[in-house]
Ligand binder design. Structure first.
Ligand code: ADP
Ligand code: 5GP
Length: 211
């Protein structure tokens, strides 16, 4: 019993996938169904897309500002992805987890690896597109990126897929409903771990007189 006792912590749900696979679509569904989720808002040096709001999708920073923060230890992880910098603010994330909030991270494979090495808990999910052709269609169909950007993202996809073997779970996002059911099942199962039951552990200690 003693070994299973922990301070309260939220669950880190880390989701990586080649750009255009459907990560944001899956994440939106999950946070609609489970309203308590917090989203880790990353910093990036890329320009906002139409409809993106500073502080909601990302904190949009200049390169100099990003690098200054990186030097000062502001990021829990950071990486260069498709020619831009991206990073997860450390303090904001730690505060949410300490409050017991479950936090979704939409980050690339390099960043996910850093979090896995430094934090030691969390659930790491890799989402695959069903094929290269479908990924290209989704990137084009989304209508947010130039042909040059799409070509760069497709090249990056291969590197991400090559480094996907260490994730805890793999989901193939072919049929969206099937993929979502799998993501949902992973989340629900993950929440049954003793680590996420700090309050219940106090209850059973009182109920059963366990020191
Ligand atoms: P990501 O966040 O991984 O870059 P998005 O969630 O923006 O990807 O999805 C890219 C495009 O693919 C969007 O237009 C989205 O509506 C579409 N999409 C996502 N999942 C599926 C799916 N299973 N089948 C068909 N289209 C999908
Ligand atoms: P996009 O420009 O399409 O929003 O994101 C491009 C890639 O950067 C995606 O693979 C996304 O998961 C990743 N990304 C977004 N935020 C972060 C972050 O904070 N850290 C890392 N390492 N990758 C990120």
């Amino acid at each position: 019993m003693n070994d299973a006792r922990h301070d309260s912590t939220g669950l880190m749900l880390v989701i990586s996938a080649p750009s255009g696979t459907g990560k944001s679509t899956l994440i939106r569904r999950l946070s609609r169904e489970f309203q308590g989720f917090a989203f880790s808002v990353s910093c990036t040096t890329r320009a906002p897309r139409a409809g993106e709001v500073h502080g909601r999708e990302y904190h949009f920073l200049t390169r100099d500002d990003f690098l200054a923060r990186q030097e000062s230890g502001f990021f829990a992880e950071w990486a260069e992805v498709h020619g831009h910098f991206y990073g997860t603010p450390r303090q904001a994330t730690e505060d949410l987890l300490a409050q017991g909030r479950d936090v979704i991270f939409d980050i690339d494979v390099q960043g996910a690896r850093q979090l896995k090495a430094s934090i030691g808990h969390g659930c790491f999910i890799f989402v695959f597109p069903p094929s290269r052709e479908v990924l290209e269609q989704r990137l084009t169909g989304r209508g947010t990126d130039s042909q040059e950007t799409i070509a760069r993202r497709l090249a990056g996809a291969k590197h991400e897929i090559c480094d996907s073997h260490w994730f805890d779970h793999w989901i193939v996002n072919d049929n969206l409903s099937v993929a979502y059911d799998q993501l949902r099942a992973i989340y629900v199962a993950e929440k049954t771990r003793p680590l996420y039951h700090a309050a219940w552990q106090k209850t059973i200690a009182t109920q059963w007189g366990i020191e």
